[in-house]
Design a protein around this ligand. Structure first.
Ligand code: GLP
Length: 278
């Protein structure tokens, strides 16, 4: 796991957007995994600035991590709407290439399987953008979720419903109790997992994810198994990390082949490394 500590949320967004843009410049039809919540907003804003200055995202496809079950179609807080506003429109994506699990399908279990099939047919996710819940959830995989689960229906914890009530006029009764979420197994299949976290409220979850034992009690800790997990945090979210000095040392001593020059994605970097080491 690569841990990059930056001074503030804007710098988190800039750094994450730079890595995503490098991938897209090299692979214009990249597949992005997109997260909702407040954490990735600075990343989307930074990407939007890059789009305004010429980054072409028109061939990029996107798969959302999760969706509430039971909200009316078009509900402003449904993730379909959040993704449309914060991602599709801002980044000028082709709406036909943006996918969100259906929270009101007649056969919801079939819809979950179909979502997994759509991801496979698209060739898999190149970069999965992730936030982290204060209780360590990723997507909506709450503590105790299977670490190998696939897209399915989950019950939200009271803590997550309370945290998300701010998006529903602080009225808990309006917050759905169930959701569809990609499973941790689905997330681990992504080629790169890019998790962003900001603020002191995430410090414990970030420390448990990166430095705690891997286990279902902190679902994000499953990223310890991911072959290419990149965690970008601000100072406040990094404040619980014990091994901080080492992370900064790694960041400041990245070999040339590991630095992402324009137009090279993670796989190109890896093959360049292989060329220089074999
Ligand atoms: C939400 C989403 C997650 C998100 C997390 C943190 O409920 N399902 O994808 O990462 O909770 O949200 P925020 O970034 O607003 O703190």
């Amino acid at each position: 796991m690569e841990i990059i500590v930056t001074p503030n949320p804007e710098a988190v967004g800039e750094y994450a957007a730079r890595r995503i843009a490098a991938l897209i410049e090299n692979k214009p039809d990249a597949v992005l995994g997109v997260a909702t919540g407040s954490s990735p907003v600075p990343t989307y804003q930074a990407l939007e600035r890059k789009v305004r200055t010429g980054l072409d995202m028109s061939q990029v496809s996107a798969f959302a991590l999760d969706e509430y079950v039971g909200l009316d179609e078009g509900h402003p807080q449904s993730y379909a709407e959040v993704v449309r506003r914060d991602v599709t429109e801002r980044l000028e994506l082709d709406p036909n290439l943006v996918h969100v699990p259906s929270g009101h399908a007649h056969d919801i279990l079939a819809a979950c399987e179909d979502y997994e099939a759509q991801i496979r047919e698209a060739g898999g996710v190149d970069i999965q953008i992730l936030g982290i819940g204060a209780n360590g959830h990723i997507g909506f995989n709450e503590p105790s979720s299977s670490l190998s689960g696939r897209t399915r229906v989950k019950t939200l914890t009271p803590k997550t419903r309370k945290d998300n009530a701010r998006f529903f006029d602080n009225d808990l009764s309006q917050v759905p109790t169930h959701c569809i979420t990609q499973g941790i197994g689905t997330i681990l299949d992504s080629r790169v997992a890019l998790l962003v976290a900001t603020g002191e409220g995430k410090a414990d979850a970030v420390a448990a994810m990166a430095e705690g034992p891997m286990g279902a009690f902190c679902p994000a800790s499953a990223l310890q198994l991911h072959r290419r997990a990149v965690v970008v945090v601000d100072e406040a979210a990094a404040s619980g990390l014990k091994n901080r000095e080492y992370y900064d040392f790694v960041r400041d001593h990245r070999p040339d082949w590991q630095v992402e020059p324009q137009g090279r994605d993670e796989r190109t970097v890896t093959s360049a490394h292989r060329r220089t080491t074999t």
